[in-house]
Ligand binder design. Structure first.
Ligand SMILES: [Zn+2]
Length: 168
């Protein structure tokens, strides 16, 4: 079975039951991502980003979740978007290959925030080679993600997210 970079199964059809159309409370955008812990972790972060970094539901739609395509610039392999375990936020403001598309204050806030996610979540802004500052992805397996999601579920944002996604 095809895997994305992080080892999760690639999902080829938008109607696949392993995907869920996540609602972000108070945000007029939705994200088709993996059902269960991986999607929950990403959406918990998205909700924080929307409330603390920049509103996502203004301007044109440039926030992307599940989609199947090879990793840009490579001829083989699937990006983590293909397994529904990666998101691009505010893609127009944070184009691929550019660094410092966020203010220093925003970057600091993102780095501090990422600690909450116990190494389950990685930011493309931390890539050593080509930066991808719009991009956030799951980099740990289901066991670690399940434990983290169980913790996040008890936080205020986790409770709001769970309530908004009863079938997740
Ligand atoms: Zn991406």
């Amino acid at each position: 079975m095809a895997k994305s970079q992080n080892g999760y199964d690639v999902i080829f059809a938008s109607g696949d039951k392993r995907l869920w159309l996540w609602t972000i409370p108070g945000c007029d955008r939705h994200f088709r991502l993996r059902r269960g812990p991986a999607g929950f972790i990403l959406c918990h972060f998205i909700l924080w980003f929307h409330e603390s970094i920049t509103r996502l539901d203004t301007g044109i739609w440039d926030d992307w979740a599940w989609h199947v395509k090879p990793i840009a610039g490579q001829t083989s392999g699937y990006s983590n978007h293909a397994s529904g375990t990666a998101v691009d936020l505010d893609a127009i403001k944070h184009p691929l290959g550019r660094r410092n598309t966020f203010t220093a204050t925003q970057m600091r806030a993102i780095r501090v925030r990422l600690r909450l996610y116990r190494l389950c979540l990685r930011w493309g802004g931390d890539y050593v080679n080509r930066a991808d500052e719009m991009h956030f992805e799951i980099v740990r397996g289901p066991v670690a993600c399940r434990a983290l999601a169980a913790f996040l579920r008890t936080t205020p944002r986790g409770r709001r997210l769970a309530k908004a996604n009863p079938g997740r």
